[in-house]
Design a protein. Sequence first.
Length: 350
Amino acid sequence: MQPGTPPTVSPFLRTAAAYAWRLLAVGLLVYSLFAVLGRFHEIGVAVFLGLVITALLRPVADLVARLLPRPLAVALTLIGSIVLVLGVLALVGEAVAGQRATLVREFRAGVGRIEDWLERPPFRLDPGTLSGLQAKIGDYLSSHRSDLLSTAVSGAGQVVAVFATLALGLFASVFFIHSGDRHWSWFQEQLPRSVRGRVGIGGRAAWRTFTGYTHGIVLVAGTNAVLVGIALWALGVPLAVPLALLEFFAAFVPLIGSPIALAIAAVVALASKGPLVAGLVIALIVIIGQIEGHLLHPLVMSWAVRLHPLVVAISVVAGSIAAGVVGAVVAVPLVSVVWAVHTALRDART
């Protein structure tokens, strides 16, 4: 090398440095995005809820809009849906209130049956252990009454935040259903012309996948809830309607939500009807799991979400670690949308 000439840099090192600063920039952008979402996660949940409501009710509003003006069709669709949801909740509350006395009596007898069962082989627990456990629970509740009260008060604040998030999601869905396509067109016009085409392709793929996933998961959850409700009612398990509703909402967490809800139903059956009925409910868990995994998901969701079950499981666990129950619900549709956008853009380039 001649004196005064700049040192040469290998092409590999030059390429690695170019990719390194780009990766740092992308990492900083992703970190900033999640930091903002973590600080304002209620807004993100509200927008997600608004998109879910839009995916479910937009086809209904479009159908009603053929006969009525668009604003009136949107209003009737939303009001009818709210009335339907409130009616279902009222039905559940009426079922619980109507069975209150019977439930208290059955659960007290059921706890006694469980204690007798644990005292017999193969467990052979000491009766004093169970009595001591009940006494410890009572002493704990008495000594921590103020802590429990403060927790309940703070929980009331969380309830207010939940209702505020629901209201914001419903408010956002009004505009999404009424004129979401115009909002998307306006957003695209604000972008440089060179990227509008790719953004349009990605946006269409994202919405197609999101609506397909939403319709599919609602159909799977509704089918599971109906099967669970009929089976629990046939077995005489109390709270069949509330447990079926719990199954409906739990099904929105793929792979793990439904077994958890059915495990709760098995505990209720054990306390109210004994081990035999609880065993039948556990068998129900296996049967419904097989129906969901081998029939409903492949038939209903494969055309919308093409993800390997391992990817779904990892997404659910990662989402739950990052954001709890909300993350577990949002993880799979988010990963599905990202993969759909990547696939659509890759196919557009070829």
